[in-house]
Design a protein around this ligand. Sequence first.
Ligand SMILES: [Zn+2]
Ligand SMILES: [Zn+2]
Length: 257
Amino acid sequence: MTANYHTHTPRCNHAEGAERDYIERALEAKLRELGFSDHSPYLFDVPGYYSRFRMKPEQLEDYANTLLALREEYRDRIRLFIGLEMEYYPRLFSRTLDFLRQYPLDYLILGQHAIYNETEGIFSPRPTDDEKLLDQYRGQTLEALETGLFSYFAHPDLFCFTGDPKAYERHVRTICRRARELGIPLEFNLLGFQEEKHYPDPRFWRVAGEEGCSVVLGSDAHEPAAVWNPALIARAEALLSGFGITPVETVSLRPIR
Ligand SMILES: [Zn+2]
Ligand SMILES: [Zn+2]
């Protein structure tokens, strides 16, 4: 592993450590590229609603400025990128994107933590056997990928479907096939792997292997030490190789303009 594009900062209220400590950890690991992708601010339209797990719009300027200064300071040692992990919420996406575009951001990754517009309260990791919701997750994330604005799809298997395995496979195959056609890598999420969450889901990665998808490892670091965990990476690579998958080392980042 020589690059990681999935790194958080304390602005999301559930990560710890200064940006500099994440960078120093990446240098220790001899990473050549480090991308920060904290949870994106969102311009919600339901009065009084704001999610706790993301930065506020007014924090984006400090996020960008802090990382711009660090990029300059570390320019001879590592390539730093300024990104965000973002959901695709159909009613809110375009106005939020207009807001984000005022800042010097290098890339977005898709992390669909809720479906619809989040304010409906249907969160992807909450187990459900309702195929209608899985279908919504599939349709919504594919619409996101079609925009061409997302550099990769983080934890694509975040949606926790406990219903008919055949339905799961059918929807997941549609996601994998389209991501491959669009040339968008799927992220094998090392945080979920480390914490033995319901993702990475072997059912998903079997299909991704069959469909010949491009796969990238993402640390999803919420603390500096998590930027690079060699034993965990070795286990992930072994598991993926069982599905015929060799992760790519780097991702070409798509501009958001
Ligand atoms: Zn997070
Ligand atoms: Zn994340």
